[in-house]
Write a protein that binds this ligand. Structure first.
Ligand SMILES: [Zn+2]
Length: 413
């Protein structure tokens, strides 16, 4: 093994380990929700890792952090790489983190080799990608490009009633300043997000790295079923208006529709009132997360879900409310940029596979405004949003080298 490989290995372990030390959840895994103390520590980690490589950091009005290398950003044609620092509750160490760490190390590699950038390069850490606290995924990237209106999101509250505006203010960002940055977006020439794979595609292909082809359309819907809370012993079955029965039918209907349509559907969060073991519940709220290959298929899935819920509500005397909380259309990554990245990686001796993804990403938000590509790194367990999400060190290093080759190709020639 060469000395430079050893050095990169040590550097990766130190850099990745620094971030992985933040937000260890006593309940298991990692929890770094947006604008919490863990998030603040992760941002401080990013600033110090950037500074260690001589990169100046600034923050855009959507709360994202940018570490700069090379010519002044005003020159335009900025080549940006990066991902996000936040996690879901009890998530894994790699989702988001791997892309940010790889971006910093890729630029560090080029600096070390004495490569001169002809265009500005930025490593970006996007804010609140997961939406784990306020239910608004890809918050920072969509706010940045103008796809999200601050008016629509600043008053959203977390489970404790703290609004986005208050949480951002506590992190030092004035709510009045929060918004898009069209000038910054206009200066971007390309965005490449490296991400740990969230499935077993690369394991099956026996390859360490893939290029993304497209991102499935996906969305979240909030279902509220209202019946009547009552005594679990004295209320006759015939007299009950039990919203839990409606929810049970809804969950099974989502699964059946997803199976039939080759899609995926999940009910992973439920709020029950009064949430008492000896009461018939009065109200149940649940969140449907649904993703499909085509927008139309996703529409069919939600329509099937809604029909089943209304049917169950009719039989059980329930009121139904189904509201779409977020919806992201299908995203095709930029073909020309992807072809260029593919050619560059092949020339570098790395033949990447090609994979679509059913997960949302900041790259999906950026793709609407900037030529965007994605790289995936193999994940042996195929799990994500779970502490068992992982990647082999050698594969991570292959990802860093791939990203360095891409930045060199796009910004240094
Ligand atoms: Zn992610």
């Amino acid at each position: 093994m060469s000395g430079s490989t050893d050095r990169l290995r040590d550097e990766f372990e130190a850099c990745f380990g620094g971030l992985a030390a933040i937000g260890r959840d006593p309940a298991g895994g990692w929890t770094r929700l947006a604008w919490t103390d863990e998030d603040r520590q992760a941002r401080a980690w990013f600033e110090s890792e950037a500074a260690a490589r001589g990169l100046a950091v600034d923050r855009d009005p959507a709360g994202n952090l940018w570490a700069w290398w090379g010519p002044d950003a005003a020159a335009g044609g900025v080549v940006a790489v990066g991902s996000h620092l936040d996690t879901v509750r009890g998530g894994g160490a790699y989702d988001g983190a791997l892309g940010v760490v790889s971006g910093l190390l890729a630029v560090g590699q080029l600096i070390e080799r004495g490569v001169e950038p002809a265009r500005p390069v930025a490593v970006v850490a996007f804010a609140d990608e997961e939406g784990g606290r306020f239910g608004v995924p890809t918050f920072g990237s969509r706010l940045l490009t103008g796809a999200l209106d601050p008016e629509d999101v600043l008053e959203r509250a977390d489970q404790d009633g703290v609004t986005v505006a208050r949480a951002m203010a506590a992190a030092g960002i004035e709510p009045g300043e929060v918004g898009p940055d069209p000038a910054r977006v206009g200066r971007l020439g390309a965005f490449v997000e490296l991400h740990v794979e969230q499935g077993r595609g690369l394991v099956d292909l026996g390859r360490p790295v893939a290029l993304g082809t497209d991102i499935w359309p996906h969305g979240r819907w909030r279902l509220t079923l209202t019946g009547e809370a009552n005594h679990a012993g004295t209320t006759r079955l015939a007299d009950r208006r039990d919203p839990m029965l409606g929810l049970a039918a809804a969950v099974l209907a989502a699964r059946a529709a997803a199976t039939e349509l080759g899609a995926v559907a999940t009910v992973g969060r439920v709020v029950v009132g009064p949430n008492s073991a000896n009461s018939v519940p009065g109200r149940v709220s649940a969140w449907l997360d649904a993703r499909a290959e085509q927008d139309q298929t996703l529409d069919w899935l939600v329509a099937a879900f809604q029909a089943a819920v209304e049917d169950a509500a009719g039989r059980n005397g329930l009121a139904v409310e189904l509201a779409c909380e977020s919806r992201s259309p299908a995203v095709e990554l930029d073909q020309d940029l992807t072809a260029r990245v593919y050619a560059c990686l092949r020339a570098d001796g790395l033949e990447p596979a090609a994979l679509p993804t059913a997960a949302g990403h900041d790259a999906g938000a950026l793709a609407a405004a900037v030529p965007t590509a994605m790289l995936f790194v193999r994940n042996p367990t195929g799990t994500s949003h779970s502490p068992t999400e992982t990647a082999e060190l050698d594969d991570c290093l292959a990802g860093v080298r791939a990203l360095a080759a891409v930045v060199e190709e796009l910004a240094c020639r």
